[in-house]
Design a protein around this ligand. Structure first.
Ligand code: FES
Ligand SMILES: [Fe+2]
Length: 367
């Protein structure tokens, strides 16, 4: 499908780095463009579902809807499986929420599945030729990386190559962070608007005057590396701010005095600091609505329960502040006058331009 907005995107993505432009409003509101995204970049991309240590014990599970697919993420022994959460009988979700069980019993006719997806029993099924072995819950491509669980909805997913990002964040030892908190909420905005919002430092001092400005003022934002599947920036702390703790032994003082923010395309945005790791997974519902599942993890035992509760409270407030802005803007994006404006320079909105370039490149590859 050739969509006028996609052609518009290519020219915007190709604008010089000293003259970047924002996308027109339709990019965030158009249902046809969203349908194309669902069939392409959101289908073949890798979505972060959560942290591996959210389900540490055999039988632990949680569920997540990703586009049209209800997913059941389970721990089966040493392995984590990302399964279809649609019963092989007639399609009922076999699990809801999160918990622990060795038998997922479908609430409709009581077919029961093991944590690895195998069908254990199907009451009264005496049909000739019925073979439970052919009725396991299908699995999706998945992997654990930096302590995150990633899955793709496609049997032929995009390459998973984050080597350059790994080099950037390895000193924080992201795989060793300990999960503390998970929350889910529905926001009335386009999924790309939240990727862009989280990934630019331009709004920090304006939107977060009480929660973030004293730690990560806009003026100290600096562009970080970007690569095939990611972009990044540094939110540096002023000398007047207390550090965020020591964290991993290999961190430099510079790394301890900043938060490193990165996006793993298409739908994960992360802030990692010495002792705190916050990851937002963005699950589009439609062109103008998303489900946000976010986790907070900590490194080691430097932060006591009181400080961790404060960190969760601050992130709740930061997310509320961003959400309020994005939901207000979403309504205005329908205006015929939102045709795209000039973006600020690389330290402030260079990541937005990176994201445009990635979508434009994928759009060309998938055309
Ligand atoms: S739909 Fe699951 S047992 Fe019937
Ligand atoms: Fe923000």
């Amino acid at each position: 499908m050739t969509h006028p907005l996609r052609e518009n995107l290519v020219s915007i993505a190709n604008s010089p780095s000293d003259g970047p432009q924002s996308m027109p409003g339709g990019f965030y509101t158009d249902a046809d463009l969203f349908a194309w995204e669902c069939e392409t970049i959101l289908q073949t991309g890798w979505h972060c579902l959560g942290r591996a240590d959210e389900i540490p014990n055999d039988g632990d599970y949680f569920t997540q809807q990703v586009l049209n697919e209800p997913l059941l993420i389970t721990r089966a022994g040493a392995d984590i499986a990302v399964l279809s959460n649609a019963c092989r009988h007639r399609g009922m979700p076999v699990a809801q929420g999160a918990g622990n069980t060795k038998r997922h019993v479908c609430p409709y006719h009581a077919w029961a599945y093991a944590p690895d997806g195998n069908l254990l029993s199907a009451p009264r099924m005496k049909n000739t030729g019925f073979d439970p072995k052919t009725c396991a819950l299908p699995s999706f491509p998945s992997r654990i990386h930096n302590g995150f669980i990633y899955a793709s909805l496609s049997d032929t997913p995009d390459p998973f190559d984050l080597a350059d990002l790994d080099a950037l964040i390895a000193p924080y030892e992201p795989e060793n962070f300990r999960h503390i908190h998970t929350a889910k909420e529905v926001w009335n905005c386009n999924w790309k608007a939240l990727v862009e919002n989280f990934m630019e430092g331009y709004h920090l001092s304006v939107v977060h005057p009480e929660t973030l400005h004293h730690y990560t003022p806009t003026g100290l934002s600096r562009k970080g590396p970007s690569g095939a599947g990611f972009t990044s920036y540094f939110a540096n702390y002023p000398d007047s701010a207390a550090g965020r703790g020591n964290g991993a032994a290999g961190l430099t003082d510079e790394e301890r005095k900043r938060s490193t923010l990165f996006a793993v395309y298409p739908s994960q945005v992360v802030s990692v600091a010495a002792t705190t790791l916050v990851s937002l997974s963005i699950f589009p519902i439609n062109a103008e609505q998303i489900e946000v599942r976010w986790t907070l993890s900590t490194f080691g035992n430097e932060l006591d329960d009181g400080i961790l509760a404060d960190r969760i409270a601050v992130w709740n407030e930061v997310n509320r502040e961003d959400r309020e802005k994005l939901e207000t803007m979403q309504r205005a994006l329908h205006s015929r006058h939102v045709t795209g404006g000039p973006l600020a320079g690389p330290d402030y909105e260079g990541t937005v331009h990176d994201f445009q370039k990635w979508i434009a490149q994928r759009s060309a590859e998938l055309a």
